[in-house]
Design a protein around this ligand. Structure first.
Ligand code: ATP
Ligand code: MG
Length: 774
């Protein structure tokens, strides 16, 4: 039977084929990286379409990024031998949620042309609300509230559902009320923020069962990729859509009612009583109640055809509210679910798979799985130490040029970083080398909003006539110089044919501006005049630090509680660091304009640079993984804020990184790195220690100044591992060095799982075809 059937089925292994052909009822594919989960989903769509079980418009298919959706459409076309017409419901949660919301906008007090607000608009709106409520924006920054509201929306909480304790976290107990006011204001403005695209969609479904039923009827098949990273809101939305269309029986309604929250301020929709899906946070302390118990009404009718695929070992968005529990609870949520495990990895060679499997086995909270490859062992995973991040970038640049000379396509090469600030060094290096690159999943380093803002300040200092730069930052951070003021400055400037900055200087001596705006503008102009003087007296890096500080720009991000604020602050530090490589401000700004100018076309053969987070689901022949140092990876913030759970999420991220590689995984660490503005002697990441020696080769940085090449340097550093103030105290790495006859030495820590101990478990010969149960 294996050989029979359409071409798109051939080549699938029996388990994959089972997952594709089991069209009826809920299916969960729980399997490791590279086992073909995404391929199964795509093939499943092809199968549904070609067997006529549904039309394109009847399939709901959720991917994690827009790029993944495009990719899936492309593959689908290849499988079916013709471009797929339609598939209007293939996209991300947000794009599909937004689409549904537009069709029924009036039911949630919007009109179909509603605006989707960006973060800036969101902050502006919240500031107005804070002002109206006489809440001190200094003590209770709008950005903090925005972060809280985002978090609540990710958890599917409407204002009345926010637990009292959390609502109290802002503005002396006014957080919940402000959230409610914010939602009201959005309606008046005919606007939705990003989180609303799902949350308002959920509200729509709950308040209008007829609309929900319409979609339940429409979607004959639901498919979800990367299910391990769905958050509560996404989960609720899926649960609603995946119920068989039928009203809940009175008994179920009763059960749901009993499970409703004892929420004092429940002036909400009062919809809990008919709610077919209780909120996960309402399930009480034991979410894993058995089937049919009160609070978890099971839908009547045959189960829906829903297929989710995921890997608990690749859950990396916990910090953004993703709940890996969703995948672990699948067969409870969808009774009768068929759980399929795929065990053959088709992506990576033996050494790569062994290294990744061994690493992730250090996590405790996991289901565990068996993975094997029938591929050759291939090249060992390499670990290279470089003196500092600059040398790291240079060494990787050289390796890439060498691969290029050997005929490897740049498209098949990726650099995956832990934090976006790390990209800067590579981008600069690639510009110098003339090596085409593209940044995926975000802007290039110098194009990031915070970097552009900072650069705008420096540009105005360098050239006060730079109107574009001046306009960019005149009101960033907000200082009461709104559009009207800027318009007035423009009028002035045009009339007198002078730059905006000059016009501003004149205007502050007139009474054309209201006193408040005038004094604010005067403050700014005086700042710039002082900085211009300092420019000649101070080092340009020092100047940059002063400017970011005195302008209030750094402070603006320090107060920001959104998920990416800390990353932005790191980027600003990295910007200042990057200036060190130039003699003066002028030279630096010229370099920037060069970097900004080059613009890789979409189909150009280019190296991909991205964060580990945005690399999920992708694969490349060669993957470079720089920055494997304690504090950076695992990231200190994750350890500080989430302890053990944070460490495990970082380890999953490391696992995601290595498993992106098909043929070559090349890890790097720098022995010196500047983090938060100061040089640190770093400690190689504990994750390096956790790699199996048999699959890893330690190489020297080509630059020759890495630790490997500097005899005498290594021992002194590793001797004093404890003295670096980190809790990390296991010089397993050092053991590895000693074993390999390098300049290791020093005291041995007692931790298990390091290089030494693990060495025997895998010989490179036996790695092949031997499945690892991990
Ligand atoms: P991840 O967890 O990283 O998202 P995945 O499980 O989604 O991985 P895919 O990306 O679907 O894995 O597949 C990994 C690679 O293996 C792809 O190049 C895919 O084309 C290939 N592959 C999957 N199944 C087969 C098969 N049966 N025969 C040959 N190649 C396969
Ligand atoms: Mg995938």
């Amino acid at each position: 039977r294996a050989a029979a059937g359409p071409a798109y089925l051939s080549g699938l292994n029996p388990e994959q084929r089972d997952a594709v052909e089991t069209l009826d009822g809920p299916v969960l594919v729980l399997a490791g990286a590279g086992t073909g989960k995404t391929r199964v989903l795509t093939t499943r769509i092809a199968h549904i379409l070609s067997t006529g079980r549904a039309r394109p418009a009847e399939i709901l298919s959720v991917t994690f990024t827009n790029k993944a959706a495009r990719e899936m459409k492309l593959r689908l076309g290849q499988m079916l031998g013709q471009a797929v017409e339609g598939m209007p419901w293939l996209g991300t949660f947000h794009s599909i949620g937004g689409r549904i919301l537009r069709y029924h906008a009036e039911l949630v007090q919007l009109t179909s042309n509603f605006t989707v607000l960006d973060t800036d608009d969101q902050i502006r709106l919240l500031k107005q609300l804070l002002a109206a409520d006489n809440i001190d924006d200094k003590r209770w920054p709008a950005r903090m509230l925005a972060g809280l509201i985002d978090g609540w929306k990710n958890r599917g909480l409407t204002p009345s559902q926010v637990p009292a304790g959390e609502a109290a976290m802002f503005g002396n107990g006014r957080g919940g009320k402000l959230y409610a006011q914010y939602q009201e204001r959005l309606k008046i403005l005919n606007a939705a923020d990003f989180g609303d695209l799902l949350l308002e969609n959920i509200r729509l479904f709950r308040e209008h069962p007829d609309v929900l039923r319409q979609y339940q009827n429409r979607f004959k098949f639901i498919l979800v990729d990367e299910y391990q990273d769905t958050n509560v809101a996404q989960y609720l939305w899926l649960r609603l859509l995946s119920q068989t269309p039928s009203s809940p029986s009175p008994i179920l309604r009763d059960a749901a009612l009993r499970a409703a929250p004892q929420d004092e301020g429940a002036d909400d929709e009062g919809s809990a009583s008919t709610d077919p899906v209780p909120h996960p946070e309402e399930r009480g302390q034991s979410p894993r109640v058995s089937k049919g118990e009160a609070g978890t009404p099971t839908p009547s009718g045959p189960p829906k055809n829903i297929c989710c695929v995921g890997d608990d070992d690749q859950s990396i968005y916990g910090w953004r509210g993703a709940e890996v529990d969703n995948i672990l609870r699948f067969d409870h949520d969808f009774p009768g679910a068929k759980v399929i495990r795929l065990e053959r990895n088709y992506r990576s060679t033996g050494h790569i798979l062994a290294a990744a499997s061994h690493l992730i086995a250090h996590n405790e909270g996991r289901l565990g799985k068996t993975l094997r490859t029938e591929d050759v062992d291939g090249e060992m995973v390499t670990v290279t130490g470089a003196w500092d991040s600059e040398e790291e970038a240079r060494a990787i640049g050289e390796e890439i040029e060498q691969l290029q000379r050997q005929g490897h396509a740049l498209n098949e090469i990726a650099i995956l970083v832990r934090a976006s600030f790390q990209m800067r060094e590579f981008e600069d290096r690639f510009v110098t080398l003339g090596l085409p690159y593209r940044v995926i999943g975000g802007p290039r380093f110098y194009e990031r909003a915070e970097i552009r803002d900072a650069l705008a300040y420096l540009r105005v200092i360098n050239s006060p006539a730079d109107d574009l730069a001046f306009e960019r930052i005149v009101n960033v951070p907000k200082r009461g110089l709104g559009d009207a003021t800027v318009q007035m400055l423009h009028d002035h400037a045009r009339k007198r044919r002078m730059p905006l900055f000059e016009a501003a200087r004149m205007v502050i001596d007139t009474d054309e501006l209201k006193p408040k705006a005038r004094s604010s503008l005067r403050g700014l102009i005086e700042n710039f005049e002082r900085w211009q003087v300092q420019r000649d007296a101070l080092a340009h890096t020092e100047l940059a630090e002063i400017v970011l500080d005195e302008s209030g720009y750094t402070e603006m991000w320090q107060k920001d509680r959104s998920a990416d604020a800390a990353g932005r602050l790191e980027n600003l530090k990295e910007l200042v660091r990057s200036m060190e490589e130039f003699e003066n401000l002028q030279g630096f700004l010229e370099h920037i304009s060069l970097v900004m100018d080059r613009d890789g076309g979409a189909d150009e053969d280019a190296v991909s640079v991205m964060t580990l987070h945005s690399a999920k689901g992708l694969e490349f022949e060669t993957v470079f993984l720089p920055g494997w140092e304690e504090g950076l990876f695992p990231h200190q913030r994750a350890l500080d804020e989430q302890g053990r759970a944070g460490l495990e999420e970082e380890r999953r991220l490391a696992h995601v990184g290595i498993t992106r590689a098909r043929k070559r995984a090349k890890l790097y660490f720098a022995t010196n790195r500047r983090i938060h503005g100061t040089w640190n002697t770093t400690i190689p990441s504990r994750f390096l220690d956790e790699l199996p020696a048999a699959n890893v080769e330690i190489t020297e940085s080509k630059g020759g100044s890495g630790w490997g090449g500097m005899s005498g340097y290594g021992p002194s550093r590793f001797d004093n591992v404890e003295s670096f103030g980190s809790s990390y105290s296991t010089p397993g790495w050092q053991r590895a060095q000693a074993q390999r006859g390098r300049s290791g030495g020093g005291s041995n820590g007692g931790r298990s799982g390091g290089f030494g101990e693990s060495g025997a478990s895998y010989s490179s010969g036996s790695a092949r075809r031997a499945p690892f149960t991990i």
